[in-house]
Design a protein around this ligand. Structure first.
Ligand code: UDP
Length: 235
């Protein structure tokens, strides 16, 4: 499958049409952004790492019955995916407190939650992806009540599957962000990517951060951490 026309450029990926109107090609870029695009950098090889990590995780989820837009990896930096319309919600799933949750609510970092906590943000860069609740999503027309219920159920299932998958590889899945899309027939499915850009991974024995927090907080060895995640899941 070949790229046809350029459709869209986001912070970490570019999208292209193909000869099939229901399929698009995602190109993973080498760019890092944080704090709503304020902090930026480029690191050679990052796109390739996220492409292969995301491929592996989407394939694993598919093997466990979780449908996503992912079709197949095409090469180092490209994936073939189903064309979907993205639901304008960022779904955050948390197992351990950290990040914006601690900042916003003044709770201490590292509390293990008794069950996964789900948060929704309205996906809007200009507004800085503000936190919203189910009623905002439903009553402002961003998702139907049924879609919100499905999004919650799928998100919890993804958490169960990936938490166990990573635990078996010595990695604690702290939190992550999911996005959902609808295909031309209106079928809701997981979309976007699942990678160290969108998840927080802590080394279970050392507590080392193996994700984008290394970039956000200038901890160094950013790509080394992404490599480490790849090594653990490809072994
Ligand atoms: N996240 C993301 N994109 C966003 C916001 C958050 O992928 O625009 C991920 C982030 O990497 C982390 C989780 O969602 O794994 C929770 O992030 P949090 O709300 O704590 O926000 P942050 O501290 O990153 O601002």
């Amino acid at each position: 499958m070949e790229k046809k026309d350029f459709i869209y450029e986001g912070k970490a990926k570019r999208l292209y049409t193909t000869e099939d109107p229901d399929l698009v090609i995602v190109e993973y870029k080498d760019s890092f952004t944080a704090f709503n695009g304020v902090k930026k950098a480029t690191m050679g090889g990052k796109g390739e790492l996220n492409n292969k990590i995301s491929t592996k995780l989407f394939e694993y989820l598919a093997s466990k019955g979780v449908e996503s837009h992912f079709v197949r990896q095409l090469d180092d930096i490209h994936q073939l995916v189903k064309r979907v319309q993205i639901v304008p919600l960022e779904v955050i799933v948390r197992n351990i407190t950290t990040g914006s949750l601690c900042k916003r609510l003044g709770v201490k970092e590292g509390m293990v939650l008794v069950r996964p906590m789900i948060e929704f943000s309205y996906k809007n860069d200009e507004l800085g992806d503000p936190l919203i609740n189910d009623d905002h999503a439903i009553l402002l027309g961003w998702a139907t009540e049924e879609e919100v219920a499905k999004i919650r159920a799928i998100s919890i299932k993804v958490d169960e599957i990936l938490k166990e998958y990573f635990a078996a590889r010595g990695v604690t899945l702290v939190d992550f962000k999911l996005e959902f899309g609808k295909d031309s027939k209106g079928n809701l499915m997981l979309a976007d990517e699942i990678s160290p850009d969108t998840c927080r991974f802590w080394d279970s024995s050392t507590g080392d951060r193996l994700d984008k927090d290394r970039f956000r907080k200038d901890l160094g060895n950013v790509l080394g951490a992404y490599e480490e995640i790849w090594k653990k899941i490809s072994a």
